[in-house]
Design a binder for this molecule. Structure first.
Ligand code: CAA
Length: 259
């Protein structure tokens, strides 16, 4: 697929996805979603990709939300469909078997915060601003912000942020547990790469299992404990497990084949 709204770069084991509509502060329109879904599927299917980095173009905004101009005259049915489609694609990110890190380089508002929250780890630059300002537009969040924000920071703070629509700074987001790290904008990519370097030393098979187990905790259709037992059992048939345990016994570092 030719991308017009995102940039996809593969640097070694990392697939970088840059939302690239800087004039609109990287707001997510329909076309961007189509491309984002395609890029995430690429990451799922490319064995050599071990991790995904999602960020926004420029130094002002990660993503300033869903494209307000695009949905301003929607009917209720079109609104619901927009929401379901966004939820589906963000779930694809959340369920990606490879770690997905959001490098939040500026505004992460509405659908932008919802995108960041669907990633497994969030690293923010100190100029980042977070919020779910949808109530100021007379609408509720639609890309699972009400669900993931509550999962990440708890009901009381989530309700406050969702109902006031207030924007918070990066240090406050760190206090709330909404982001994992805050660094200067210059350091953002280095910090993300440091995290990837730690992750890439571990078994990709086991990391995929951890993601599935933790996601099961929040999935009412799944029993997280049963998922964990199943994922644990699956590891015993993998080359990663053989290598990991052999390396331990041979007192050397494991070199995981990723299968
Ligand atoms: N959709 C469409 N266009 C957007 C946008 C959005 N979410 N956010 C910014 N833009 C556009 C602006 O319209 C403007 O375009 P023009 O130059 O053509 O007028 C351009 O980006 C630059 O924005 P500003 O001039 O407003 O920049 P600023 O620095 O003064 O303000 C801002 C920055 C505070 C982020 C402000 O742009 C803003 O409040 N944006 C909207 C944020 C928002 O409400 N997000 C939630 C969207 S709804 C949603 O996401 C629903 C959902 O859950 C599914």
């Amino acid at each position: 697929m030719n991308y017009e709204n995102i940039i996809v770069e593969i640097n070694g084991p990392v697939q970088k996805i840059i939302i690239n509509r800087p004039k609109q502060l990287n707001a997510l329109n329909k076309a961007t979603f189509v491309e984002l879904e395609d890029a995430i599927n690429l990451a799922y299917n490319n064995f050599d990709v071990k991790g995904v980095l999602i960020t926004g173009s420029g130094d002002k905004s990660f993503v300033a939300g869903a494209d307000i101009k695009e949905f301003a005259d929607f009917t209720p049915e079109q609104g619901e469909e927009l929401s379901l489609n966004g939820q589906r694609i963000f779930k694809l990110i959340e369920n990606c078997p490879k770690p997905v890190i959001a490098a939040v380089n500026g505004f992460a508002l509405g659908g932008g915060l919802e995108l960041a929250m669907s990633c497994h780890i969030r690293v923010a630059s100190d100029n980042a601003r977070f919020g779910q300002p949808e109530v100021s537009l007379g609408v509720t969040p639609g890309y699972a912000g009400t669900q993931r924000l509550t999962q990440l920071i708890g009901k009381a703070k989530s309700l406050e942020l969702l109902m006031t629509g207030e924007m918070i700074k990066a240090d406050k987001a760190l206090d709330l547990g909404l982001v994992n790290y805050v660094v200067s904008q210059d350091e953002l990519e280095n910090k993300v790469n440091d995290i990837f370097n730690k992750l890439f030393k571990q078994s990709p098979v086991a990391i995929a299992g951890v993601i599935a187990c933790v996601n099961a905790f929040y999935d009412y259709d799944k029993d997280g404990f049963a998922t964990e037992a199943k994922e644990f059992g699956k590891c015993f048939a993998t080359e990663d497990f053989k290598e990991g345990t052999t390396a331990f016994m041979e007192k050397r570092k494991a070199n995981f084949p990723g299968k």
